[in-house]
Design a protein around this ligand. Sequence first.
Ligand code: SF4
Ligand code: SF4
Length: 109
Amino acid sequence: MIEIKKDMEVDDSHIICKQKTDETEKILDYDYKRCAGCTICIVLCPKKALQEGPLKEIATGLDAPPILIDIDECVFCGMCVNFCPVRAFKMTINENRPETTAEELAVKA
Ligand code: SF4
Ligand code: SF4
């Protein structure tokens, strides 16, 4: 059975979620300062791991994340990364950023 370890840390405006197995380390980095609070990611997340933060208070000046992440539910699928219109979510897998690799491949093709 594969052992999966998860943890979460906060670095300035970044909420950094990590999932580690013997073979892979995935890092989901949510920069809430970039987030526009559109809630697309909440709708798209297949595990319902995302929910709204205090959007009304944020609109009146509170410094808080518009999106809250339930790391226990998150399966690090990358849907939020792929569809966020302002790239507030980024993911690295074993230190490679998948979307960068895809762009590089497109340039080389
Ligand atoms: S899709 Fe992006 S901008 Fe919209 S709420 Fe989610 S993280 Fe924020
Ligand atoms: S990586 Fe997948 S499961 Fe995790 S919050 Fe994003 S969409 Fe949801």
